[in-house]
Design a protein around this ligand. Structure first.
Ligand code: SF4
Ligand code: FES
Length: 247
């Protein structure tokens, strides 16, 4: 495949960025999108130019590091992570634009790499339980209804990639925050901090500069693990209860 790339290049947060065109003449449709960027970088390094900085780690869809906007869609045309996207999703001769997540709370560090520390601070505000971890407990020690376990598991699948924020016209991180609140709030171990958790995590969400949710649903449309929109209803339900109890 012959591909033209328009890639956002930005030296650092203090320097304005710009789109730069690159031509690749020998892209295999079996390459992942990141492998295609590897090929681009090898050619840039061979030419003595600065390679394109992009985030990645697991390359198996579980770490959440590899998020970029591809043709204006978070993670590109398939509902998956960028590392699990393959070039067969594009056509020979295509021009593809690649940009970093666009959200004020995710400042650009370099090229396609953004700082997602705001997510870490939301987690630190309440995304934990106080139960001792220690050795794995007996599976029957604390019975959890199947429906609750399934709900918690579904929400726990959030990989903190930030696609929901990048897609949201409000720059809201409500789907991410709701996934964490729903995950822990669905389990017995998550009950002691349940009220404080939702209040403190939402407070940190707002402090970081993320916008409010207006139920547009762009977040869940791009979420690579399918976190459902009704987790945000759960978050609002928990918040009302917590505020009603004086938190
Ligand atoms: S809710 Fe989905 S899109 Fe948002 S951070 Fe979690 S996995 Fe990524
Ligand atoms: S590199 Fe880990 S999810 Fe893509």
């Amino acid at each position: 495949m012959r591909i033209t790339l328009k890639v956002w290049r930005q030296k650092n947060a203090a320097t304005p960025g710009r789109m730069v065109d690159y031509r690749l003449d020998d892209v295999s449709e079996d390459m992942s999108f990141l492998e295609m960027l590897d090929v681009l970088n090898e050619s840039l390094i061979a030419a003595g130019e600065e390679p394109v900085a992009f985030d990645h780690d697991c390359r198996e869809g579980i770490c959440g590091m590899c998020g970029v906007m591809i043709d204006g869609i978070a993670h590109g045309p398939e509902m998956t992570t960028t590392c699990q996207l393959h070039m067969r999703s594009f056509a020979d001769g295509d021009t593809i634009t690649v940009e970093p997540w666009r959200a004020d709370p995710f400042p650009v560090i370099k090229d396609l790499v953004v700082n997602r520390g705001a997510f870490d601070r939301i987690i630190a505000a309440g995304g934990y339980i106080s139960a001792n971890t220690g050795a794995a407990p007996d599976a029957h020690a604390m019975p959890v209804p199947k429906a609750d376990a399934d709900r918690a598991f579904e929400a726990a699948a959030c990989i903190s990639c930030g696609a929901c924020v990048a897609a949201c016209p409000n720059g809201s991180a409500m789907l991410f925050t709701a996934a964490k609140v729903t995950h822990l709030g669905s389990l017995p171990q998550g009950q002691p901090e349940r009220d404080d958790r939702v209040v403190n995590m939402l407070h940190q969400h707002d402090v970081e500069g993320f916008g409010g949710c207006t139920n547009i649903g762009e977040c869940t449309a791009v979420c690579p693990v399918g976190i459902p929109l009704d987790t945000i209803s759960q978050l609002n339900f928990d918040l009302r209860h917590a505020l009603g109890r004086g938190h």
